[in-house]
Design a protein around this ligand. Structure first.
Ligand SMILES: [Zn+2]
Length: 92
């Protein structure tokens, strides 16, 4: 019988985190979609160290660097409400 840990060495201790290897920002990838301009936008849950979890939007431009914006939960909720209101109005 073995006492060896079953934990995989490159798996994060936070079970929800999908980052592998050594990392400072814990991240769970929720969804990604493509804008009408052809840019990919990802939505992730992130946590830096022991700070509260936050919501991250990552835009992957066709060229150049990625752009990431991290929102605290309350701000992410406000943006979601604003986006839903915009979508309703634009869909009329
Ligand atoms: Zn992690």
């Amino acid at each position: 019988m073995t006492t060896r840990s079953l934990a995989q060495p490159d798996r994060c201790a936070r079970k929800w985190c999908e980052e592998a290897g050594e990392h400072e920002v814990h991240r769970q990838y929720l969804t990604a979609f493509r804008t009408t301009e052809g840019r990919s936008i990802g939505v992730n849950v992130v946590q830096v160290g022991d700070q509260p979890q936050a919501v991250e939007l990552t835009m992957l431009p066709r060229r150049g660097r990625d752009l990431s914006i991290v929102f605290q939960v309350a701000n992410a909720e406000a943006i979601a409400r604003g986006m839903r209101a915009g979508a309703r109005r634009a869909g009329q």
